[in-house]
Design a protein around this ligand. Sequence first.
Ligand code: SF4
Length: 356
Amino acid sequence: MSLRSIVAPLLKWFAENARDLPWRRTRDPYAIWVSEIMLQQTQVKTVIPYWERWIKKLPDITALADAKEETVFKLWEGLGYYSRVRNMQKAARLIRDLHKGRFPSGSQDILKLPGVGRYTCGAVCSIAYNQPEPIVDGNVIRVISRVAGIDEPIKSKPVMDRVWSYANDLVKHAIARQKPGQRNASAFNQSMMELGAMVCTPRNPICSECPLKGRCEARKKNKIDYIPTLVKRAAVMKRRYIGFIIIWNGKVFVQRRLSGGVNAGFWEFPNWQVDANVDPADFAKGNLSLNQVHLELLIVINHSITRYRNRLEMFILRVSRKPCLGRLHGEWVPMAKIDKLPLTGAHRKATKYLQD
Ligand code: SF4
């Protein structure tokens, strides 16, 4: 059976079942690009309010290019993987300067934008401009590998090349059968992602409702649980951090993360990675140049980044005299204004706890 036979049923299924997502109501390449960057590593339901706020505040390339970094970071605060937002602003400035503020339509130009790889380029080209460019993300990999019955380790280069080549052939076939008024490249690429998200899920796919159930090799061979075949992940590593919300005279001490590092430009309370046996009070005395400390544990925040399982113990430390704080560089900000700063995710959560 040719894999091309999945195109017609998928297009029909998508026309009848596509979710009404806000970025699906526009063909503006800027708005679609923003949604695609936000959706990397983040769930749809989380992205919706972020995207709506962003588009309201920064409705076009020029608005993003000209915006203050603080404004852009604040709009992104909580979405994580902050290099995405820095690259977006760099890309917007490039488009403003090289393309007169118009989002380019050629894949060669789009691929030159910071933070844009083959997937995002394919998504913008197909969804915004209806160009027959392929896209391959986790959902597409799952659908294609199951339908085609690919049971080799999926992330190996030859297998990924094969998946891209199938995706490319399928979207070209979709556009070849396009009738006037249809946008088959856009609809077909989205249909594969939608099927992977809603029906052909990693665990317990709903095969009985799948438009491809009669064409699916993994289903025929009873291999759904093994396809796609993933190689073992790197071992999980635990890391412990301690942080201090130092309160003096109605103000708190915050530091800005240095450029070039993770979460650069965002603000946070002083914190350190420490060994499991470190006593927070002793640590605070030594590192904050304080003689006496009385710590209150505010919250313990557990969060995962890639293979790291981080535990942040956040303490409140009240001081009556302005401390010199050793070699720390930062600012004293009135408690009431801390909300205005773009904070990294865990520190935003701690701030909310503090205010509550
Ligand atoms: S039949 Fe099942 S495994 Fe095959 S594509 Fe459909 S949902 Fe996925």
